[in-house]
Design a protein around this ligand. Sequence first.
Ligand code: NAD
Ligand code: UDP
Length: 311
Amino acid sequence: MKKKILVTGGAGFLGSHLCEKLLEQDNDVVCLDNYFTGAKKNIVHLLKNPYFELIRHDVTMPFLIEVDEIYNLACPASPIHYQYNPIKTIKTSVMGAINMLGLAKRINAKVLQASTSEVYGDPVIHPQTEDYWGNVNPIGIRACYDEGKRCAESLFVNYNRQNNVRIKILRIFNTYGPRMLPNDGRVVSNFIVQALQGKDITIYGDGKQTRSFCYVDDLIRAMISMMNTPDNFTGPVNAGNPNEFTIAELAEKVIELTKSKSKIVICPLPEDDPTQRQPNITIAKKELNWEPRIELEEGLLKTIEYFKQII
Ligand code: NAD
Ligand code: UDP
């Protein structure tokens, strides 16, 4: 029988790929979004499917529907967008979690939280394991996102402990791919757009900070596998590609793959920018039977092709 599934933030980068995959797997999908950083064009191709519905709604307001599963992705993810209105970002994470957990409790749905590696802040444990509590500045400019997501995790585990709501927490590490907006502001889309337009490639700081980049298709597989784990398994689970690169290496790779003549320029490092980040994915391998399949060069080439079409 078809499952009825709600995806909040479904018109965003990850959400649109998730909606697409869930429809491919023969589910009935409701996409909810307020279009802050998402776009109708990300999901417009799905509208011809009678099992796809689109609802303009803000997760900070209660929402009632009957579904079997809820994927809670609504929240801006790029630093420039989540810092644009930090109070709203906190409200989206916290009130969005309360509203989706309350809904899940009422209708007995399973609910998955799109959490983040940002819960580890600027980590002193490397690579990061799920039992690490993190190193977050609660009053810094990233706190609206980091602490919002940490509070959401706390709400999730407490709805589980107190009310037996079936929860899943997935800690997503830097993910990239087609349908990131050209003005998204995150590093992969910035570098590719700059390289294709022959503009300067903007490295923030000395470029020695590291990230581990996961291609979107791999991440969506992890998300759906997480939702399908047994009810007594709640996570949190790290999902990301453990191959770690410096930002300078990423810039060189993008220049090479686009054959761009762009020059690298050094820009100020934003406050509290984490110096290193790499997931330990032992739990994902064991519990989700998951590991990434698409390495950086292959994923970048697919993403470059996408941006060539749209810019
Ligand atoms: P995105 O900005 O492309 O998508 C977020 C979506 O949520 C957008 O469509 C936006 O319009 C919508 N949204 C924002 N506030 C809302 C609100 N108040 N009500 C309803 N909709 C709202 O970002 P993304 O990369 O697709 O991220 C999706 C989720 O995954 C986010 O929760 C993010 O924190 C999490 N995540 C993503 C990454 C990554 O690398 N892509 C890493 C860690 C966590
Ligand atoms: N970054 C950069 N140039 C850019 C955008 C980002 O050097 O044009 C750096 C940023 O300072 C950070 C890393 O790339 O160290 C990843 O940034 P992003 O915003 O993609 O994600 P996050 O910091 O949340 O991991």
